[in-house]
Design a protein around this ligand. Structure first.
Ligand code: GUN
Length: 297
């Protein structure tokens, strides 16, 4: 059996088309969604993510405020910038690209973002509200994975889902959303990680395997049961002398072998990545809408 490949670019474009209309309607009322983007340092992967996010904003008519700061930026300088953006009515959402240089404490910096502008969903208030099933901004990659599953016709409710990875950005929030009694979840969720004794025992039972371990070939064909759905969140740069850049992107899944057993599978690139950016756009539009509602209430 050969899996059907889930086209993340196509699904992302579908959602972006809907968002473009929403932005048009907001702009007609004088409301322009704006995203404040902060990148500290020169990490090449972070630079390319931030560039892609700003380009996606421009395509939708979302204003973006680009702040690229040197790696030597102090905590005080960064906090001042975030406080300025918190108070700027042209900025609906704030994105601080992670990871930050080591001298900056990520949790302290993220805590400074006004939760009403926390379009990444990383502030402890946003995380708490998500866990409680309250209205908030959902973190972009987990939300993107769930939207992708739904738009591909995969039934999540009642499914056995194995999430591989327990990061604060993907594994933990994704597991939490999937287990919630809501239209996004209602799955039976197992979270595996580097402390898991026998990963394959868990993945072989799964209807849906979501790989977010950050390591190539974490998921091989022998670990997947026939007909499972496999979502690859991994983005790993591996050396490739045949490429001009000197590297190519691979996921956490051994795509060629696993696609012979799975029923549906996401590629890397062109799978989850475009969905993550799309969910950031969705949150930014929603932030603008909520703030405009508050201003006129
Ligand atoms: N670094 C890796 N993924 C993300 C993300 O979704 N948001 C931010 N801000 N940084 C990241």
């Amino acid at each position: 059996m050969s899996a059907q490949v889930i086209d993340g670019v196509r699904i992302a474009e579908e959602v972006r088309r809907e968002l473009r209309e929403q932005v048009g309607a907001l702009r007609a009322k004088g409301i322009v969604p704006g995203l404040g983007v902060v990148l500290v340092g020169e990490d090449p992967a972070s630079r390319s993510y931030v560039t892609a996010k700003e380009k996606a904003c421009a395509e939708l008519g979302i204003h973006s405020d680009d702040n690229r700061l040197p790696a030597t930026t102090s905590k005080e300088e960064l906090r001042r910038l975030i406080h300025k953006m918190n108070g700027d009515p042209r900025i609906s959402g704030i994105l601080v690209q992670l990871p930050l240089p080591r001298h900056l404490d990520e949790s302290e910096i993220l805590f400074d973002i006004d939760p009403a502008k926390d379009v990444d969903g990383f502030h402890p208030v946003s995380v708490g509200r998500m866990m409680l099933g309250q209205e908030t901004f959902l973190p972009c990659t987990p939300h993107g994975v769930i939207v992708m599953l739904r738009r591909s016709g995969v039934k999540v409710s009642g499914a056995e889902v194995v999430v591989v990875g327990r990061s604060n950005i993907v594994g933990k929030p994704l597991a939490n959303l999937l287990l919630q009694k809501s239209e996004l979840g209602n799955a039976t969720v197992t979270v595996c990680h580097t402390g898991t004794r026998d990963l394959a025992v868990h993945t072989r039972r799964a209807d849906i395997v979501i790989a977010a371990a950050g390591r190539p070939r974490t998921i091989t064909a022998d670990m997947i049961r026939d007909g499972a759905v496999v979502i690859d969140v991994g983005v790993n740069r591996v050396p490739d002398a045949s490429k001009k850049s000197g590297f190519r992107l691979v996921g956490d899944v051994d795509f060629d072998a696993v696609s012979q057993k799975a029923s549906l599978i996401t590629p890397v690139p062109g799978g989850v990545g475009p969905m993550t950016i799309t969910m950031l756009l969705l949150n930014t539009v929603e932030a603008a809408r909520r703030q405009a509602g508050r201003a006129t209430a």
